[in-house]
Ligand binder design. Structure first.
Ligand code: GTP
Ligand code: MG
Length: 533
């Protein structure tokens, strides 16, 4: 196969939504229908039951929520899929936003009883800004839902995107029996299986096929026929170009936990979603076929495999062919590095990979100098600047109550910080050595505590810090300049890990007051990009 064929068969996509809409459940079912697992696990697995492949972290299994994004690579029907399950909670959204830089399309999951929820809306906006095509899965149709037509209307009204229903639910809530595929004009009626572990048995037939018709009561049948007629008269046509330019989203209905509509989603998505496309950086367009290898790191995760206790840098391949043992230019260090330990990833499982193509996500092990956002390439002209940065809004001290475990505490904290979801700040003129942690949301601190104990054997104690706002000061400020600042009550100067000065404020009001009383000192909500980064 040549490189163009390799590229054309790749589909790299994320599953996104508000918490609890069913992303991880749907991911597991896509693996089941894609033949990548034989038996689907559950997000709330009890004894003797399998947990899902993507929520592999201890805390995720315990809480039944996703904390960290997961990569699952598998082959299905001539395609190579790189699927990324993302966490929905806003405290973990930094990770989700980074994943969105690495994908070519998304599946947006909606809880059909709730419609479009706030976090879904935010993620949708990011996809739109980035030009990422969106496919919609209306989940949980096995429970009483909003009216399907109202759900389509909500997509158009709230998100401003045209909705094209690819299929249509037959029966609502407990009467939900399956979906009507508008393209083939066939009914797919499913049966529920225990725990949804296996594929749901399905019966397929035309609208008036007696075998299928016999399973529907008159009211459901009449209603389905009427709705389908309405859809034919109103609404958008299927148009691939409109999908690729985010004017329309194809909508699939179903139930992930019951496996209803999962096969239709998988096949419909693969047929119409785009393969990897060109990226533009500083006026330079890099197509996937560009003869030089290039890619960037969008995620780092430590301790995925308890047997190895190492960290993996996740690279999205953007152009050219990756070959194990190749030597590449590393943007941050401006040095040449040899990439000898490369893996394909499936949850927390990994396997050595010898080659990879644009669209693939690979895991590289054993490079401590790699950081999030770094470019790896055989053409040093290329430097991707994809990774968005976030302003921390939660602050907390983290104490180490057990001095005998100081080494583990420090080492664990340092490694977790390299993952880029928390950062440490150090107060100026302070004798306190306790790290002050900063993150997008407070749940991150709980994750750090849990992981410190679980992965490093270091117990810790959180202490609330009195700030809610951080702003970066100009990098060139000298100690004298810092002394000369007029600080509002309750605010403090601190340094980030790169020794850049910041000011911590108790609230927005105080930060605004600072800008009035220190007119010549511009503040920045985002960390200043330093040479090291
Ligand atoms: N009734 C019903 N429940 C479902 C369905 N799909 C998922 N669920 C349930 O919804 C809950 C949340 O599912 P998850 O798959 O963990 O949701 P998520 O979107 O991954 O959540 P986060 O990753 O934490 O944002 C679980 O209890 C699932 O069993 C469905 O089709 N019907
Ligand atoms: Mg999840």
């Amino acid at each position: 196969m040549n490189i163009t064929e390799e590229i054309q068969k790749r589909r790299t996509f994320a599953i996104i939504s508000h918490p609890d809409a069913g992303k991880t459940t749907l991911t597991e079912k896509l693996l089941l229908y894609g033949g990548a697992v034989q038996l689907a696990g559950s997000v709330t697995a009890r004894k003797n039951q399998r947990a899902t492949t993507s929520d592999w972290m201890e805390l995720e299994k315990k809480r039944g929520i996703s904390i960290s994004s997961t990569v699952l690579q598998f082959d299905y029907n001539g395609y190579r899929l790189n699927l990324l399950d993302t966490p929905g909670h806003k405290d973990f959204s930094e990770d989700t936003y980074r994943v969105l830089t690495a994908v070519d399309s998304v599946v947006m999951v909606i809880d059909s009883a709730k419609g479009i929820e706030p976090q879904t809306r935010k993620l949708f906006e990011v996809c739109r800004q980035r030009g990422v095509p969106i496919f919609t899965f209306m989940n949980k149709c096995d429970r009483p839902t909003k009216d399907p037509l109202a759900l389509l209307d909500e997509l158009e009204r709230v998100l401003g995107i045209g909705a094209f229903p690819v299929n249509w639910p037959i029966g609502n809530g407990f009467e939900f029996q399956g979906v009507y595929d508008r393209q083939t004009q066939l009914m797919h009626l499913f049966e529920r299986t225990v725990g949804g572990q296996f594929r749901a048995p399905v019966q397929v037939g035309g609208l008036h096929d007696p075998a299928v018709r016999g399973r529907l009561d008159d009211e459901t049948f009449r209603r389905t026929v009427e709705e389908l007629e309405m859809l034919e008269h109103a609404g958008h046509d299927w148009d691939d170009a409109a999908v690729l330019t985010e004017k329309t989203t194809p909508v699939f209905f179903g139930s992930a936990s019951n496996n209803f509509g999962v096969q239709l989603l998988l096949d419909g998505f693969l047929k119409h979603s785009p393969p990897p496309k060109s990226r533009v950086i500083g006026g330079l367009e890099i197509s996937p076929e560009y003869p030089h290898f290039s890619g960037f790191i969008f995620k780092i995760q430590a301790n995925m495999d308890p047997k190895h206790r190492d960290r993996i840098a996740f690279v999205r391949v953007c152009s050219g062919k990756f070959e194990r043992d190749m030597t590449v230019h590393h943007s941050r260090s401006a040095k040449k590095v040899r990439l000898s330990s490369s893996h394909k990833l499936f949850g927390n499982e990994r396997e050595t990979v010898d080659e990879a193509y644009p669209g693939d996500v690979i895991g590289l092990v054993g490079h401590d100098s790699f950081g999030i956002g770094d470019t790896l390439t055989t053409d040093p002209k290329i430097t991707y600047k994809e990774i968005p940065r976030f302003t921390p809004e939660a602050f907390s001290y983290l104490h180490n109550p057990n001095t005998a475990r100081y080494k583990q505490f420090r080492q664990g904290l340092e490694q977790l910080m390299q993952e880029g979801v928390i950062q440490a700040l150090y107060l100026r003129n302070s004798s306190v050595k306790t790290p002050l942690l900063a993150a997008v949301g407070p749940l991150q601190f709980e994750v750090v505590q849990f992981r410190l104990e679980n992965e490093y054997g270091a117990v810790s104690r959180l202490e609330a810090a009195p700030w809610t706002v951080v702003r970066w000061l100009p990098q060139d400020m000298k100690e004298d300049d810092l002394d000369a600042l007029s600080l509002p009550t309750g605010s403090r100067v601190a340094y980030d890990v790169g020794k850049n000065p910041v000011v911590l404020f108790p609230n927005d009001w105080s930060a605004e007051y600072f800008t009035k009383t220190n007119e010549r000192v511009p503040l920045s909500a985002l960390p200043i990009q330093t040479a090291k980064e």
